[in-house]
Design a protein around this ligand. Structure first.
Ligand code: NAG
Ligand code: NAG
Length: 451
């Protein structure tokens, strides 16, 4: 307990130093300074209270606090049977062998869903009894030298895989994919482009328009999210996160930081004029709060990033190029209340995880009022959110551990697929021989080249 107190005192002292530093700066700026300083004073007062009030060690120890709800605990076994196509290894296994970075980046779910399915109790080796067909295609494992996943070959690769399975097995043609699912975790899912405008112009790869897409991208009324898709969390390495949790004393530490964020505010390389990246929301966070002592925000990601999140009350999860980022998963795992700034976002497993109750949602236009919005949330509400976040069920549901565990993200995907059963009449296409519903040759000519 003594060390916990010591940390709180150090944090308060650090906050005071930070406060004095910004006050000194503000005084030089003339005109507005009185107003700004009084805001800082107000903020500082809150910060000192935060150390005392927003940390309730009891809630961290009580594992049953804040039941996550029945849906999160659903068991998919016995409710669906999945047939896994055996595709040539160049569509899947060979790729991470060539570039192991694919196993750890934020799109790695496509690999772990495949591995988990192979040994899952829901797998069937008899396609005749399958409810769902799954084709393991790792479309995000094409990395630039600096490790950024490139989606440019993904449409050709996907088309190649579908052509292959449609020729070898009879199941694709009878439904044109409506009882098939694919994992497409790129920024804009199966639109296969990382820039939104281009992704929207492409639309979902035509061959996948009847299939169920398991994807990270989720935004309401968007060309890259078709009805019936399953939105999943991005991949964050469970082992590393568990290690970070063990580094802190059991029972946790005081949450002495009010708002925490590490990441880009501007993406000068891809958005030199500004305004496109994060639709300006991240730039607004920086411009408004860079010298606010309640905000610990910076572009530099320290080695203590994971520990720092465990010491924060609120963790900002603003949109970047896409509405989501791994911060959402990190915030849940580290019990830091996610502050979602991404209008119209569709959150992962929204039918199972009570996002409204655990998170805070701030409209992109309201970013300049972020400090007022967060400081006005009653302490009881904050403590309740922290209690819900402390539930192990919540953390399990956003992670892809290997091997898979009951209640983890893989199981939530299976639950999502089970909830879509039985398939409706519309699944099996009734067309004359030789005719199809989907157009095999639609799309940019470059996509048609064999993969
Ligand atoms: C399915 O349809 C495609 C395109 O019409 C055709 O090339 C393929 O041979 C068909 N597959 C089977 C198993 O009949
Ligand atoms: C399929 O799409 C291509 C390219 O847009 C188009 O030229 C072709 O006519 C379409 N085929 C059918 C059967 O609609």
């Amino acid at each position: 307990m003594r060390s916990v107190l010591a940390i709180a005192v150090v944090a308060a002292a650090a906050a005071a130093v930070l406060f004095l530093g910004s006050e000194a700066q503000e005084v030089k700026q003339g005109q507005q300074h009185t107003h700004r300083i009084s805001e800082h004073r107000h903020g500082e007062g809150n910060r000192l209270q935060i150390n005392k009030m927003y940390w309730d060690p009891k809630c961290i120890c009580n594992k049953n606090a804040g039941s996550a709800g029945d849906v999160l605990e659903d068991d998919p076994v016995g409710r669906l049977k999945v047939y896994v196509y055996d595709l040539p290894a160049r569509y899947n296994k060979k790729l991470p062998e060539k570039d192991p970075r694919c196993l750890t980046h934020m799109f790695a779910a496509e690999i772990f869903v495949h591995r988990s399915l192979l040994s899952s109790a829901v797998r069937t080796l008899d396609p005749e009894e399958a409810d769902w067909f799954y084709a393991p295609v790792y479309t995000t494992c094409d990395l630039t030298p600096s490790g950024h996943p490139m989606p440019f070959d993904s449409p050709r690769m996907m088309r190649g895989a579908i052509r292959l399975l449609a020729e070898r097995w009879p199941y694709w043609n009878r439904s044109e994919g409506a009882d098939h699912f694919f994992v497409t975790p790129h920024d804009f899912g199966a639109c296969f482009h990382f820039q939104e405008e281009k992704a929207v112009a492409r639309g979902v790869l035509p061959l996948l328009r009847r299939a169920t897409l398991v994807q990270t991208f989720g935004q309401r009324r968007h060309a890259c999210l078709q009805d019936g898709s399953i939105t999943v969390p991005p991949y964050a390495p469970p082992g590393k996160m568990e290690e970070a949790r063990r580094l802190l004393p059991p029972g946790g530490t005081p949450r002495s930081t009010f708002v925490y964020f590490r990441g880009l505010f501007y993406d000068a390389g891809n958005d030199p004029e500004g305004g496109y990246y994060a639709r300006g929301a991240r730039a607004s966070v920086w411009e408004n709060f860079k010298s606010n002592p309640l905000f610990d925000i910076s572009t530099e990601r320290p080695a203590t990033y994971y520990q720092d999140m465990q010491r924060a009350v609120f963790c900002l999860c603003p949109l970047g190029w896409a509405p989501w980022s791994p911060r959402l998963v990190e915030a849940v795992v580290f019990g830091c209340i996610p502050v979602v700034i991404a209008d119209d976002i569709v959150l992962p497993f929204a039918d199972a995880i009570p996002w409204e109750e655990i998170g805070v949602f701030v409209a992109e236009d309201d970013v300049p009022r972020l400090d007022a919005i967060l400081t006005s949330i009653p302490v009881e509400v904050v403590l309740r959110k922290q209690r819900l976040l402390a539930s192990p069920a919540m953390k399990r549901a956003v992670l892809f551990p290997q091997p898979a565990q009951p209640g983890d993200a893989f199981h939530q995907i299976l639950n999502g697929l089970a909830r879509k059963l039985p398939h409706g009449d519309g699944v099996f296409v009734k067309v004359k021989p030789g005719q199809t519903v989907l157009n095999w040759t639609a799309g940019p000519p470059g996509d048609l080249k064999p993969w």
